[in-house]
Design a protein around this ligand. Sequence first.
Ligand SMILES: Nc1ncnc2c1ncn2[C@@H]1O[C@H](COP(=O)(O)OP(=O)(O)OP(=O)(O)O)[C@@H](O)[C@H]1O
Ligand SMILES: N[C@@H](CCO)C(=O)O
Length: 322
Amino acid sequence: MQAELANKTLSYQKRYYAPASTGNFSVGFDLLGAAFEPLNGELFGDVLDIVAPSRTLELDIVGRYRHQLPADNSTNLVLQCFAAFEQKLGRVLPKLALRLHKNLPVGSGLGSSACSIVVACYAFNDYFGKPLSDTELLTLMAEAEGGVSGSVHYDNVAPSFLGGLQLMLPQSERICRSLPWFEHWRVVLSYPGTVLSTKAARAVLPKELSLAHSINFAGMLSRFVSALYAADEADAVAALQDLVAEPARTPLISELPTLRLALVEMGVLHLGISGAGPTLFALCANDAQAQLAATYLSRHYEKNQDATTQICRLSLAGARAL
Ligand SMILES: Nc1ncnc2c1ncn2[C@@H]1O[C@H](COP(=O)(O)OP(=O)(O)OP(=O)(O)O)[C@@H](O)[C@H]1O
Ligand SMILES: N[C@@H](CCO)C(=O)O
């Protein structure tokens, strides 16, 4: 009887998924982002069920991180996206009963708000017969994300929507372009269980960069991108230097220097801040190294029962129907 009830609760007409993402990859502040998925096949990203047509727009929220969202669902980004989608189309749409599986922690540096926005916009567009092009949809997603973080940046929504490692292309109609990646790279994402809001982590950033600093920033990103195209792994790893956000944000994540020293001594390629933090990402050369890094970070960085550490590969597929 209970199982029957549970099945009924979880019934749905269509189910959609968008993966976690890291905005920035140490290098390329606000210009580079990557989507990741666990090697073990877990859905580390938000899932949206379109349960059924409904007289009114309704949202139910379930999932591990449901408790981190406001109790009042009416303020949820999924509902805001429905309104924004209707407005973009310029017509009133039939209403739906929706269920969000909140699988990503909020204020984590894993692109949690972007993930809900991407899965919602992707789902509505697919369900209503794809009235928006990918570019229109991506613009809508970035505008919704800008409302949360205080500035429009595409580095979480673009990879979560399109998959892969995405370079943002300022003033280009393309918006972003997928970059090459080393297939053997593994990324360990370690979330300590504490919240750091994106707005707060952006408030500590420098307001201006000197000319020399700007040239170094542009140079390091160019070095990373050219190393990827040249398949020069050592040079790509050497270019993973955050010259903009990390110096300002390290006081908010004081464990970073010690953890980095320990992991690099173990042979890990790099440890950096995922998005605005507090999640850290460890770039590893293979599965065995990723396992070592994950064990170390679970032991030394996780702080409470909300914490999680995941061994991931690049998510090439991005958002999709399940
Ligand atoms: N479905 C949702 N998912 C995530 N956040 C939501 C959602 N609906 C509303 N919010 C609100 O949006 C804000 C998200 O804050 P913030 O941008 O700091 O988090 P984030 O996107 O998870 O951060 P990050 O990109 O670093 O993972 C919070 O105030 C949260 O309550
Ligand atoms: N690029 C953004 C990502 C936010 O998740 C930042 O670092 O503030």
